[in-house]
Design a protein around this ligand. Structure first.
Ligand code: NAP
Length: 327
């Protein structure tokens, strides 16, 4: 992916210095190392050496889960770009970056299919008890009697919280399951032939399955709270593929334990990679480890785009995918 760029750079022998602040996949690290001088903050064992390099660092390579604080941005006077390999960039202090004239880029669209596929997989796994039945067999319990009955997904009422790129990909899949689809977002999308509902609580009250797919950050913090869960009701299930911060995790645990909602399927958590013991003990819960975009094909496409943003910046070309605040 970086052959041309690497050749150009080695000709000039001035390779921009990049700080990697996440455990990036080898195919991105290889490309970065071929084109740039890469410092790895996670593996940094010599703070003094890092302090020497800091004034030369012109780019940060981050993942969707990375925290890029104002303090880190301030410590890098030559910083020009923060390239996030992920669509969500709620861990980046974009206001601080903008104030310094640093552009932030992300990797939208290339992961829509995978995240939407996982949302459907989680909904089906929860309702049809895929993981629970697997545990049931492995524990040798099948001879003692059947599992309690599951829930039908086809034809059920689906509420989608967030109707952006991925929300629309989920709606597309759910339509093939004959689901009755409604959604909420900051604004209605008249171009979509789907029913818009003004608030998450109102949407929950008319949903069997409530799927969360908004960005994280201050604007959606605990958007799904105890009131929304109560509106979802004892037959309702919540599926979170957005960010852990979008749901009040303590209220969720309480609702699951009390049976005021039927179940939850969660790919994201408040304090990853730590998942509360209470959630791990519940049978009406399906848990995955933030794997929404985690296929080889999609992670490579994300890496290509994250790299293309960096390359474009240092070639003086238009950036493929700056975040909306930096357009
Ligand atoms: P997007 O196209 O920007 O769509 C975001 C949607 O959320 C929009 O419809 C937006 O409403 C809505 N929204 C924002 N704030 C809201 C609020 N306060 N209340 C209600 N709705 C709100 O983003 P996307 O590409 O679909 O990605 C969405 C998010 O999915 C990412 O930011 C990330 O957090 C998450 N994600 C998770 C994984 C994973 O591995 N689990 C992978 C990829 C992405 P408007 O349209 O009205 O503005």
């Amino acid at each position: 992916m970086s052959a041309t760029f690497s050749a150009n750079l080695s000709e000039t022998s001035i390779r921009p210095e990049v700080l990697a602040v996440a455990n990036l996949p080898p195919f991105l690290m290889d490309a970065l190392q071929a084109a740039f001088v890469v410092h790895q903050r996670l593996n940094e064992t010599d703070p003094a050496a890092f302090a020497v390099a800091a004034p030369r660092i012109r780019a940060i390579a981050a993942s969707g889960e990375s925290k890029v604080s104002a303090a880190l941005i301030d410590s890098l006077p030559a910083l020009e770009i923060i390239s996030v390999m992920g669509v969500g960039y709620d861990g980046v202090d974009v206001a601080a970056a903008k104030a310094r004239g640093v552009v932030v880029t992300h990797t939208p669209d290339v992961l829509n299919d995978d995240v939407a596929d996982l949302a459907m997989a989680l909904m089906l796994a929860l309702a049809r008890q895929v993981a629970r039945s697997d545990r049931f067999i492995r524990a040798g319990e099948w001879p003692n009697g059947p599992l309690p009955l599951g829930r039908k997904v086809s034809g059920a009422r689906l509420g989608i919280v967030g109707m952006g790129r991925i929300g629309q990909a989920i709606a597309h899949r759910a339509a093939a399951f004959g689901m009755r689809i409604a959604y909420t977002a900051r604004s209605a999308k008249p171009a979509l032939a789907l029913h818009y509902v003004a608030s998450p609580a109102e949407l929950a009250a008319q949903s069997d399955f409530l799927v969360l797919i908004t960005p994280g950050g201050a604007g959606t913090h605990k958007l799904v709270n105890a009131e929304v869960l109560k509106a979802l009701g004892p037959q309702g299930c919540v599926i979170n593929v957005a960010r852990g911060s979008v749901i009040d995790e303590a209220a969720l645990i309480e609702a699951l334990q009390a049976g005021t909602i039927a179940g939850a399927a969660l790919d994201v958590f408040e304090n990853e990679p730590n998942v509360p013991q209470a959630l791990r003990e519940l049978d009406n819960v399906v848990l995955t480890s933030h794997i929404g975009s985690a296929t080889g094909q999609t992670r490579r496409a994300m890496a290509d785009l994250a790299f293309a943003n960096l390359r474009s910046k240092f070639e003086g070309a238009p950036l493929p995918t700056p975040v909306p605040e930096c357009r």
